[in-house]
Structure formats: structure tokens, C-alpha cells
Write a protein that binds this ligand. Sequence first.
Ligand SMILES: [Zn+2]
Length: 123
Amino acid sequence: MGRRSKALLTEMRTQRILRARARQRLKPPWECPICGQMTVDYIKRQGVIFVFCQRCREGEVMPLLKGYQPIDYYNYYVDACRTRMGKADVEPPVWKLPKMSERQFQILKKRITYGKLLRGEES
Ligand SMILES: [Zn+2]
């Protein structure tokens, strides 16, 4: 095997570091937009995800839906906090729910604290 290009090795190393950082950002703890500390975590429970700051005791409950990762819900939490603080003006998301009974929908509606709920259409 020939001598490998130093530029290539440097580039590969940089890419490896960037990938590791990107993975790290996907996992909590994340920075809280209110207190600025790395204290935001989440709990998934019974169809909802609770994203909260362990320090300020602030949090939002959102529906667990396909296609969303915890980091996405964290970004919604940031939007909610910054909008409440007057630092941003972000419309709450519309959650497109799967089909469910009226009772299930009412239970979910009571628990959700951020975003609008859109019920799945009966076919
Ligand atoms: Zn906080």
C-alpha cells in the first residue's frame, strides 16, 4: 500500500469529528433557552414526549409521532420558550395524529401543552 495523502487523512479525521459532534447533538442534555444551561432532557411515556429543563422546571408535552426524533421535539421546546420570552415569534406546530377514538383524542388533548392537534381522517 502506498503512502496516503496527508490532506486526505486530515480530511477524514475532520469528518469523523464532525460526525461524532452531530451524533452528540442528537442526544440530551441540550441547552435550555431560558437558563442557558445544558439541562434539557426528555421522557417518552404513553404516546407523548415530555421535553423539560431540570433546572427551571419548564417543559412541554407533545405527541409522539412517526418521523420525529427527540431532537425535533427539543427544537419545538426552544421555539415555545423563545416565543414565550418574546425573543421569537414562532407559530406552534400542527400535529397530524393517526386515527383514534374520540375518547383517546380527548385524553391526548388534555395532556398536550404545545402545538395544535389535527385528527386523522376516518376513511
Ligand atoms: Zn432551564
